[in-house]
Design a protein around this ligand. Sequence first.
Ligand SMILES: *[C@@H]1O[C@H](CO)[C@@H](O)[C@H](O)[C@H]1NC(C)=O
Ligand SMILES: *[C@@H]1O[C@H](CO)[C@@H](O)[C@H](O)[C@H]1NC(C)=O
Length: 328
Amino acid sequence: MPRVASTAWLGFLLGACVIASLAGQSTACTVFKFDISGFAANVRHLLLAYGVLSENGTIFLDNRNFPYKCTELGGWHDFFDSEPIIKEWTPKAEAAALDAPCRHVDKAGIAKIVDRIRIPWTQYEELAISKAWVLRPWVAVEVSQHLAVLEAAAKPTIALHIRGGDKVAEDQQEEIKRATTFPEDYVETFVSRFPDVQGGTCIILGDDHAWVAEASRLAQERINCTLQPLSPFYRQEGHKQAQFNSLPYEERCEQSMRLLTDMEIMAHADYFVGTFNSGMPWMIDTMRHVLYGKHRSTMADASIHHWDWYERIREYYREYAEEQVACG
Ligand SMILES: *[C@@H]1O[C@H](CO)[C@@H](O)[C@H](O)[C@H]1NC(C)=O
Ligand SMILES: *[C@@H]1O[C@H](CO)[C@@H](O)[C@H](O)[C@H]1NC(C)=O
């Protein structure tokens, strides 16, 4: 008899705990949904999602619309092994989650949460990148072959990410309306930031042949660098997301690998210039200092805003020097 009573008492306690935890700090799984936009746009939001949700239960990633994949059911996990923290979503996996039912969020949903919390995006990205950016062995092998070429090149190595393609049309959209970053902007930004750096090897990566050719010519002339002849240069024209998304999986797989290789090269180069009008250089900037210990002063934003972190510090030094002169 006392035995039954104590079991009932225990049952009551457990019930109370469940109710209390539902009211208080309960957790639930979340399914974060990638969409058909570009690689950096999707992945930056995944990093935000990890930052916001990693204490709130299991994180699943729904890859169905993610354009970067090797097979229909593939996606992020084709290239990355982040399973311990970001699980591959399937209806079955969701149903089996101990903390189901899951909440479903997309990029806009995550951005809204982050806006409300008011911690800058870059801080989430810095937190998450080292956990999420774990290349699968087959990817790592291919990437390291390309990095070996970079290691053998004359120093310093200077990577420029020239973004043409659909970015130019995006710049002109009514609700965006911003100055396009042209090939000369990348080269001139480099020359003005690093006036003492001459020679070495320039790796000009980009999606638009004419722009890459123009930037290459200018870089040779102004930086006197040797062009890296093995620059991956695989597209026939500028990157257009819609076009990429309609390629067969095999081609998307190969191009995704090229993209990852390019990203690793840019992240490992001694200097890097890109435009913050594009999400990619934001990611590269984070990879450089978080994953590979590069000083933040070695990255420059070629957009007219020059939003890179260290430029503001240089600005201070310039103003300080002027004040010193003015004050005798
Ligand atoms: C965290 O989990 C709770 C369920 O316990 C859920 O109501 C809430 O929406 C989750 N938070 C986020 C940011 O997803
Ligand atoms: C350019 O680099 C070459 C070596 O690659 C060097 O011989 C030459 O003096 C440099 N030119 C200038 C103008 O610095």
